[in-house]
Design a protein around this ligand. Structure first.
Ligand code: SF4
Ligand code: SF4
Length: 343
């Protein structure tokens, strides 16, 4: 399918046609001071291309808290009831390429040794409409430093790019995307414009990713971690906002013989995260916990799945309440690695 053009005056009509497909549309909407992914009720609520959402889109596939089964006391053992209807047909609209890339990264772990059907069925039932970036959202974006491109189509079903006259170039990337554009084609026209093939220079490179893992391989025990992490208060904001952090906890909530099993987000930055029942905690200091965050993202996940567990969205840096910056670690690791290189 050729690229289509969505004229500025037709955007609302097109969004309305998405709302009429019968699928739930989840998109960035303004909530007080922030922009968050939420179910879209009307085209007027959409914030398509202004800024990055406070939270990533991971909650669409992996909600912050969800019931994964229900149970009640039976004669000799509990009776278990599966959860139905958790994966409605969904159009996820207005996602940035870094957030789309994050889903590709998460697919590896959720489809690994245990297949997480809650995540996988939602993935299968979702059509992703992404919006490419024309400039970094702010100084915290570093997608190009982790091998991504601010206008990549990878992982999207439909890709949109704003043009200088306020219109959008709209391209189907997959068959699913093509079907969606056919279904909503009344507001679209064939476009003469050509997509920009090389947008990597839009976002400056901040560090050399190839230097990070080799340095981590050699510096598990290093004063670097203590020195760099003094500011961190272990609040977990970074992990909750991150599109690739995926730790969760399962808890049973019971009342009078019946109850539910819940899957709740957890965070490696919480001091209770690795606390054993014996009272022993293998990661008892915040520097050990933050080291774990970086090791997991730039070493362990690489070794296990061949992917970096960071897409450079900058949320953890942008929203840390004490200005503790992952980017500072990575640029410092790059500097130390260059310094150690024989001249
Ligand atoms: S890095 Fe910042 S956001 Fe993350 S746990 Fe530490 S203080 Fe909280
Ligand atoms: S670690 Fe920080 S920059 Fe990387 S994906 Fe997570 S929130 Fe974004």
């Amino acid at each position: 399918m050729k690229a289509m053009s969505l004229q500025a005056a037709r955007i609302k009509d097109w969004i309305q046609s998405l709302l009429q497909t019968g699928s739930r549309v989840v998109a960035p909407v303004r909530v007080k001071e922030d922009t968050l992914f939420s179910t879209l009720e009307t085209p007027e609520h959409l914030v398509l291309d202004e800024r990055i959402t406070l939270k990533s889109a991971k909650g669409v596939f992996f909600p912050q808290s969800e019931v994964v089964l229900e149970f009640e006391a039976g004669e000799s053992r509990p009776e278990v009831k599966d959860i139905q209807g958790f994966a409605p047909q969904t159009i996820l609209l207005g996602v940035r390429p870094c957030d789309v890339a994050a889903m590709n990264v998460l697919d590896s772990v959720f489809a690994w040794d245990y297949k997480d059907n809650f995540y996988l069925e939602r993935r299968a039932n979702t059509t992703i409409v992404s919006v490419g970036c024309l400039a970094p959202v702010d100084e915290f974006c570093f997608c190009t430093s982790v091998g991504l491109n601010p206008q990549t189509r990878e992982g999207s079903d439909v890709f949109m790019l704003r043009q200088s006259d306020g219109s959008y170039l709209v391209e189907a990337v997959t068959e699913k995307g093509e079907a969606l554009l056919k279904q909503t084609s009344k507001s679209l026209e064939l476009s003469e414009a050509q997509p920009n093939a090389d947008a990597e220079d839009i976002v400056p490179r901040r560090f050399d990713l190839n230097r990070v893992k080799p340095w981590l391989d050699e510096h598990f025990d290093d004063d670097f971690w203590k020195k760099m992490s003094l500011k961190c208060i272990g609040c977990g904001t970074c992990t909750f906002l991150c599109p690739t952090c995926h730790c969760f906890d399962l808890v049973d909530e019971t009342r009078q013989g019946a109850g539910v099993r819940r899957k709740n987000w957890d965070s490696c930055q919480f001091s209770l995260f690795t606390l054993h029942a014996s009272g022993h905690n293998p990661r008892k200091t915040q520097s050990e916990r933050y080291r774990q965050r970086i090791m997991h993202k730039f070493k362990y996940y690489q070794e296990k799945f061949g992917k970096t567990l960071c897409v450079g969205c900058g949320r953890c840096v942008r929203s840390c309440p004490v200005g503790h910056s992952l980017l500072e670690y990575l640029t410092e690791i790059d500097r130390l690695s260059r310094e150690a290189q024989p001249k």
